[in-house]
Unconditional design. Sequence first.
Length: 188
Amino acid sequence: MSQGIHKAHPRRRSGIRSLLAVIVAIALVGVASPAFAHDELVGAAPATGAQVDALPPEIVLTFSGVLLDEPAATEVVVTDAGGASLTGGDPVLDGTKLTQPLTGTASGVVSVIWRVVSSDGHPVSGEYSFTVGDPAVAPLGTETPLPGPPMSDTGMGAVWIVLLVAAVALGGALVAVLIARARGRREG
Ligand SMILES: [Cu+2]
């Protein structure tokens, strides 16, 4: 097959083609990099493990990327120490910020479980807690990153790695063919 291409096109055109292949490979690397990381929770108010005097009227979660507005897939569950819900309506998404209105009062550990759609289309979830009132109640604040399923980074990463390897291999092969060809011409 490469013989056919060799005969059909002069060397200069093949050179341009391999240059294009290398550019495509570089472009793929650039596109792939951000896809390796899902958007993550970078801030919360009240913050993880915070101690507040009273239940605030809302919780604001800030993420590392602009979330996709998928009302059915965006959810914030806020419960008091007894498991009673403290949410007062649907969460409101604004770019990287997700605001969850609260209602009622609470004392003790308040748990926040969030689930959003990352800018790459994948669901991301996590949880944290803060404490209302009594300083004697120790907050259980631990920020869990992303529980494996339903979509893990591994699946996404593997696809990109395969694409990258293929692109780089293709570019490398073209360059190798060109060099071999140029050498052959010089010697012949
Ligand atoms: Cu993803």
